[in-house]
Design a protein around this ligand. Structure first.
Ligand code: HEM
Length: 452
């Protein structure tokens, strides 16, 4: 009997130990291993997210704290309910917005340097534009997209150097880079084809375009690689350079900087920008249009005749390249008036059609069947980026800046654009209004700032 009892207890203890171990393993699998596996999968696709602050509770306590803080608003200042109810998610959402990454990184740099920093802004603009187009082009695979864009930037720089020195020395590295870029692009394509083709990004459209053609495998690969590279030049470089020139012009024209800032404060208030708000940005649109007039990234557009052609009275034989000199047309005083070389966004106050004698010569995005397919995306990107920058910082030209536009793939500042970037303080809409009316340069403390 005693023996049976002992055996009974032994079985019970064994079951309890096994049960306890099973519980521990299940908890470990559920709370640690599985979330880590999921995080790993997402991380591989470039989705990093906030780091968990507790191994057991993840970010739950942070979420709770953010929620409690958001509940202590003394008065109704806004109807942004989503942000009040899900403050933590709102924070995360903002982190993922390419623009906010740039704003935060500029802010921390400015703070680190005591409130004003001398910053070469080109790389910030490239990083923004690369991030946006990587997402648009490569969808969930955008981290690989960024790798491709970085290699393409290196290739572009190398080709520039080779062209300058007319030499062979860099050719081997250029060839190696070309090969690496091709392999990276084709690797992404292979991964995409293995998965269900549910993505609706630019890469998917290019793949579908290639597959619906009569190309053989080699031609299909070449078509995809060439188009991805084309998007790099068209979307990545052109956008970054346009943003850089816009900021340079705003920094050297304080009056326009003030006016644009006042417009942003009036339209955004304390809300997150949306499409409707962006459409109302009249002054900012005029500034962008004027920047693209003076510094069109594509300074010339070329077409090649593929057969003998007649253009009005002129016979043009096959294989002739016709170059349309955009920059000359954009700055011809006979077309634009005596202030053709000056920065005067006011000329676009009544739209492009009233901006000059021959408005159809204004073609920063090209014209006709090959017009830029990304022009609306580009305008939206520029508006979001510039509006958030001018509403967070005051900009002026750094003594380091040397004005030396140069021709590479686009029209670029030879040694980049250095700006003095200063954090600005919060003021109300009415103060912004009066400052805009005053049209004065804003210095020191009396500057507009809206917090996003
Ligand atoms: C401010 C920024 C931009 C400027 C100034 C610009 C300008 C241009 C110009 C001048 C062309 C050539 C048109 C022609 O040959 O007639 C072009 C083509 C193109 N752009 Fe843009 N672009 C910009 C941004 C973008 C963006 C963000 C995208 C993203 C999708 C994009 C995609 C393209 C593509 C795919 C083409 C080739 C179209 C074709 O050959 O049919 N561009 N762009």
């Amino acid at each position: 009997m005693e023996f049976l009892q002992f055996e009974y207890v032994k079985v019970l203890v064994s079951v309890a130990v096994i049960g306890f171990l099973w519980l521990l393993i299940s908890l470990y699998m559920k709370l640690v291993a599985k979330p880590e596996r999921i995080r790993g999968m997402l991380r591989k696709q470039g989705i990093v997210g906030p780091l968990p602050t507790s191994w057991l509770l993840g970010n739950i306590m942070d979420m709770k704290k953010a929620y409690q803080n958001s509940q202590h608003q003394p008065t109704i200042t806004s109807h942004n309910v989503a942000a009040a109810i899900f403050p933590y998610n709102e924070e995360c959402r903002k982190q993922y917005e390419s623009t906010m990454i740039i704003i935060k990184s500029l802010k921390s740099r400015v703070e680190k340097e005591g409130g004003i920093a001398d910053i070469k802004i080109d790389d910030y603009m490239r990083s923004f534009s690369g991030d946006v187009i990587s997402r648009a082009c490569f969808g969930s695979n955008y981290s690989k997209g960024e790798e491709i864009f970085l290699k393409l930037t290196a290739l572009q720089e190398l080709m520039g150097k080779i062209a300058e020195s007319l030499g062979i020395p860099g050719m081997r590295s250029a060839w190696k880079l070309q090969k690496e870029i091709r392999n990276l692009i084709l690797e992404v394509v292979k991964e995409r084809k293995q998965k269900a083709a549910h993505e609706k990004d630019l890469l998917q459209m290019i793949i579908e375009g290639a597959e619906s053609s009569t190309f053989n495998q080699e031609e299909t690969d070449q078509f995809i690689v060439d188009n991805c590279k084309n998007i790099y030049v068209a979307a990545f470089e052109a956008l970054a350079i346009s943003a850089t020139w816009c900021l340079m012009l705003l920094a050297s024209n304080q009056e326009w900087q003030d006016r644009v800032r006042a417009e942003v404060v009036e339209i955004y208030g304390d809300r997150t920008p949306d499409y409707e708000m962006l459409k109302k940005m009249k002054l900012l649109t005029m500034v962008i249009q004027e920047t693209l007039r003076l510094y069109p990234p594509a300074t010339e557009l070329s077409r090649q005749t593929y057969k003998d052609m007649k253009f009005q009275d002129i016979n043009i034989p096959k294989d002739v390249t016709i170059r349309t000199m955009v920059l000359f047309m954009h700055t011809n005083p006979e077309i634009w008036g005596a202030d053709a070389y000056e920065f005067n966004p006011e000329r676009f106050a009544n739209g492009i059609s009233s901006s000059c004698k021959l408005p159809y010569v204004y073609m920063p995005f090209g014209m006709g069947p090959r017009v830029c397919v990304g022009q609306h995306l580009a305008m939206i990107e520029l508006k979001i980026l510039l509006s958030l920058i001018v509403s967070n910082f005051s900009l002026s030209i750094s003594p380091k800046y040397v004005h030396s536009p140069t021709r590479r793939l686009t029209i670029e500042p030879k040694d980049g654009v250095n700006l003095l970037v200063k954090k600005i303080h919060k003021v109300t809409n009415s103060m912004a209004d009066s400052m805009a009316k005053r049209g004065s340069s804003m210095d020191g403390e009396d500057i507009v700032w809206i917090e996003f």
